[in-house]
Design a protein around this ligand. Sequence first.
Ligand SMILES: Nc1nc2c(c(=O)[nH]1)N[C@H]1C(S)=C(S)[C@@H](COP(=O)(O)O)O[C@H]1N2
Ligand SMILES: [Mo]
Length: 376
Amino acid sequence: MTTVDDTTPRSMSEVSGPSRLAGPDEGISTEELQLAARNHGIPLEALRYDVTPAGLHYLLIHYDIPDLDPATHALVVDGAVARPLTLSLADLRDRPRVTRRVTLECAGNGRALLHPRPVSQPWLVEAVGNAEWTGTPLAPLLREAGIAADAVDVVFTGADHGVERGVEQDYQRALPVADALREEVLLAYEMNGAPLLPQHGAPLRLIVPGWYGMAHVKWLRSVTVLTEPFEGYQNAVAYRLRQDADDPGVPVTRIEPRALVRPPGFPDFMSRARVLRPGPCTLDGRAWSGHAPVVAVEVTTDGGSTWAPAILDEPTGGDFAWRRWRYEWSPRPGRYVLGARATDASGRTQPLEQPWNRGGFANNLVQRVEVTVVAE
Ligand SMILES: Nc1nc2c(c(=O)[nH]1)N[C@H]1C(S)=C(S)[C@@H](COP(=O)(O)O)O[C@H]1N2
Ligand SMILES: [Mo]
């Protein structure tokens, strides 16, 4: 029996409310905790692996993980193309095969540290991973389909469905044609040498090296070429840098430079504050940028008052994979606040003051790792 009373929602906008900023003293809610439990980050000690094991890579899933059968799943290429295509997984596997090491970072990484805090998936700094993605390049496929000369955007549609701030939708994201035709963009069916796991987009996802996570559409079922700009929710409403709710804002695109410190020593269970013994110790971590290769990492042990250069290890992936850095340290007993700051070849670096916007996107504030060095 269905019950309709005064509290029964009459529209999707009553099902899910508008985006919101937390009040000055408002803690993380059960709803945010629910999101955090579904969408886990990388445990920071896993920064030790150059290639992030699949189970330790961060996750972000807007709706539910769809149930797709790789044996029957098909990718449709349609819209403003001369020859629409339908490809099975076997067809895609028969095409040229490329493997790329790519750092993925959620555009909302760092959001929960902002003041005021945008209420959404409450990331601290851990929404990152660096995996090896295998698939076939997208550009030749688009050329074979005969992409229209006046094409503007290419829309990627996932098989997942939900409602977000009142808008019912399939997860969809568009890329400008020039970005969709970059040779690095992959239709990926493997992660770290194994078929994609359900949570990472099985059986097929997009990989857009250099771009924040939202562009890497999982559970990909169609690629549609448009001759008009795409006005879908995830491009026009959600992923924009705005100062207030009325600001039209600018699109979130490439990953800003960031370095993370692999927390040294051992943690306190509850606070995760670090404890270290005095004496020589190698600090290390990873640094990446989606704009240009990282050219320098600096380290602070005093919360950003002074900085010293770190050593960058040789790159182990292409331009879109993170790079290890290290720094020799020999602390005396005391309290320290560690951080690292990446600079890329485009001159972009990390701020010490929070770069705030209403969605909490593309925020690359320097991390703070509190360490107590105890007497032996
Ligand atoms: N279809 C679909 N694709 C998606 C998402 C989604 O919810 N649905 N989330 C996006 C976001 S916001 C991010 S950060 C990345 C996360 O990829 P991962 O879970 O494999 O790390 O997937 C992107 N692709
Ligand atoms: Mo994301």
